[in-house]
Design a protein around this ligand. Structure first.
Ligand SMILES: [Zn+2]
Length: 102
């Protein structure tokens, strides 16, 4: 840790912030936009278009087609974008590799 160069420390902090940002976005998008469905037979919420009981579910909220996988994809892209903004630029990894630090 004592040998950690400042750009590497900045990358670590940037990645941490990006991870937290992606997680927060996952919670927000999941709550506000993710499709919510309902099984009328079981009277249970679900994400599936056909519940495990075999009944077709009904759309009750969120954006149609915005399932958990789509939310995860959006949050992964957002987290990567946050990491790129926070870690690329002045004093990026190129500085560390050019100086020979590990
Ligand atoms: Zn059911």
């Amino acid at each position: 840790m004592l040998l950690m160069s400042r750009p590497r420390a900045r990358h670590g902090v940037g990645c941490f912030i990006a991870g937290v940002g992606g997680s927060v976005e996952d919670s927000i998008i999941g709550e506000l936009i993710q499709e919510r469905r309902w099984c009328p037979d079981c009277q249970l919420p679900t994400e599936a278009r056909v519940h495990h009981c075999g009944t077709a579910t009904v759309h009750v909220g969120g954006v149609r087609g915005m399932d958990n996988d789509a939310v995860n994809l959006c949050c992964t892209i957002a987290g990567a974008g946050i990491a790129a903004v926070l870690t690329v630029g002045k004093g990026s990894a190129r500085t560390g590799s050019q100086s020979g630090t590990i």
